[in-house]
Design a protein around this ligand. Structure first.
Ligand code: 1PR
Length: 536
């Protein structure tokens, strides 16, 4: 088979500081232009040579994009790529699993079964128009319809990510590779399935907290209110960790990720929970986890822990080697190259938000700003670790924080009011900023999604903290992932119905096999919440 051209995965550039402030899309075009690739690429596609473009690889076929004013696209398809309206009730970016409305008869119809969904992650989209109609292969609904794939001859391009769309996506890729010479099928084949509109699903995410145990093996662990050690047995562990119990070991990261992929997880998140103790790039095993997981798990992977700039500790005799400074962008780039689709920033996001609020302006230098400028905001998750500070009443809340009323007395003295204090270093250090303000500030800085934990609810299996989740959901327009406290399928429907979040994450119940991901999804479907079900 002749080699096709494809680009879509947002590859990091070499570390050229002159280019640091350019978006990857601008950078891509600079490279294509300066190296003289633009015209050959256009000629290649116009000559109907095999091409499969993904995400940006579809958008570049159009004339221009609002994402990078003044930079010309290939102009093969008429029209300008436009941003989603973030004032609409839907959160932006559009992140998640959504359907496809077929516009033409091609072999893709045979590759995709009814009700199958594919994975999207984008803030800009192609709007249907008479000029683009000859190319539009599928439409997808998010607020209004947008063009989710285009096709003519041997050129196919998708806004969604087939490489992250599980077995459906792999089937799409295989169909193209085996049939690109002739994708058209007979219109009378009976496979035409008109649907009025599609709906984005609520996502169920499995989270793997990863750290080294006392033997030095990288394991998946799980805390109770962030304490990942077993209750101490008298005398156990003495001389190593005082009288503390061992780090809970719930399995191997890659094997568990594969299990959750097979069981229907919509995304998988790895959190390196002790990264604050060392530079993350020293943490080779975690990079290897990502590399090996991405070879066998075809849903989006997020990695968190230690995504920040740092100075490498000196190595070698007399500290002659080492001491190199790594930017947050370089750290993120290592993880993206290892197979991560998104990075999750915890402690550094709190520091950046505090600094922005104090100065009254952005610095442009924080990890969130640098990574979202280069890779797009959809690649940047901010993980928030709040804990409750109980109050006798709302009037006792310190200035600048949001007092919230709980549904039942919960504090040590029966308090029903609290504010949610942001923490850093995995809940070890409280900061003078609350979770609601932090979430809003991180959106301002460029975060594309909030992963909202709660120290008090973590590992408790009593349900998500609905008061906290509702307050943060209302404060931002980017998607929110509710986390901490899931104990049964009904907790998922409760958090979706009562807060409007886009995704819910759990760890302990999945690791201990107390609840299967499939059981959660079937329950959600039963109560009318849109979900992606694994296809038999
Ligand atoms: O600060 O950028 O280096 O990131 C560190 C990351 O590690 C943060 O995302 C932080 O949330 C996470 N982290 C640090 N310490 C812990 C710990 O548990 N000791 N884990 C930790 C956070 C919360 C979730 C958990 C949910 C669901 N754990 O990861 O998976 O609470 O659990 P459940 O369903 O069992 O209730 P940085």
């Amino acid at each position: 088979m002749r080699q096709g051209l494809a680009f879509g995965r947002r590859q990091p550039s070499s570390s050229n500081t002159k280019l640091d402030l350019l978006t990857l899309r601008n950078f891509l075009w600079q490279v294509l232009e300066t190296r003289g690739f633009t015209q050959p690429l256009r000629d290649y596609i116009l000559a109907d040579r095999p091409y499969f473009g993904i995400c940006l690889g579809m958008q570049t076929l159009f004339e221009a994009s609002e994402e990078c004013p003044g930079v010309a696209g290939l102009g093969i398809i008429k029209g300008t790529i436009k941003g989603f309206d973030s004032s609409a009730p839907l959160s932006v970016p559009h992140i998640g699993w959504n359907g496809l409305l077929m516009q033409k008869h091609t072999k893709l119809i045979q590759a995709i079964r009814p009700q199958e969904l594919v994975y999207f992650v984008h803030s800009y989209r192609a709007i249907p128009s008479p000029e683009a109609a000859p190319w539009a292969l599928t439409l997808t609904t998010y607020g209004t319809n947008f063009i989710s794939s285009v096709h003519q001859g041997r050129v196919l391009a998708t806004q969604f990510h087939p490489e992250k769309s599980g077995s459906t996506g792999l089937r799409i890729l295989r169909t193209f590779l085996e049939n690109f010479e002739s994708m058209e099928v007979d219109a009378s084949d009976g496979l035409w399935r008109p649907i009025a509109e599609t709906r984005v699903s609520k996502r169920v995410i499995a989270c793997l907290d990863v750290r080294s145990n006392d033997e030095g093996d990288l394991v998946v662990t799980k805390g109770d209110q962030y304490d990942v050690r077993e209750a101490a047995v008298a005398g156990a562990g003495e001389g190593r960790e005082g009288i503390r119990g061992a780090v809970r070991n719930l399995g191997k990261p890659v094997a568990l990720a594969r299990r959750y992929y097979d069981e229907g997880a919509d995304e998988i998140t790895f959190l390196n929970i002790t990264s604050f103790r060392q530079g993350v790039l020293d943490d080779l095993p975690m990079l290897q986890v990502l590399e090996r997981a991405s070879e066998q798990v075809f849903v989006p992977l997020t990695v968190g822990g230690g995504i920040r700039g740092y100075v490498e500790p000196s190595k070698g005799e007399g500290g002659k080697e080492g001491g190199r400074t790594w930017s947050a962008l370089e750290v993120a780039a290592r993880y993206f190259r290892a197979g991560a689709d998104k990075v999750s920033i915890g402690s550094d996001a709190v520091t950046a938000a505090e600094e922005m609020i104090q100065r009254g302006e952005k610095t442009g230098t924080s990890a969130i700003e640098q990574i979202s400028t280069r890779y797009g905001r959809q690649a940047v998750v901010v993980s928030i670790d709040p804990r409750r500070v109980y109050l006798p009443g709302p009037e006792a809340c310190p200035a600048g924080h949001t007092p919230l009323e709980l549904s039942e007395p919960s504090g040590p003295n029966g308090e029903t009011w609290c504010w949610y204090q942001a923490t850093i270093k995995g809940g070890r250090e409280g900061r003078p900023i609350d979770a609601v303000r932090l979430a809003h500030a991180c959106q301002e800085l460029g975060a594309g999604e909030i992963l909202l934990n709660c120290v008090d609810m973590d590992g408790q299996c009593r349900g998500f903290d609905l008061v906290l989740v509702r307050a943060v959901r209302a404060a931002v327009t980017i998607p929110v992932i509710a986390s901490s406290g899931a104990g049964k399928p009904q907790h998922f429907s409760e958090v979706f119905n009562k807060t409007g979040v886009e995704a819910a994450l759990a760890a302990g119940i999945f690791h201990r096999r107390e609840v299967e991901i499939d059981a959660v999804k079937r329950h959600l479907k039963e109560v009318g919440i849109p979900v992606r079900l694994a296809m038999a």
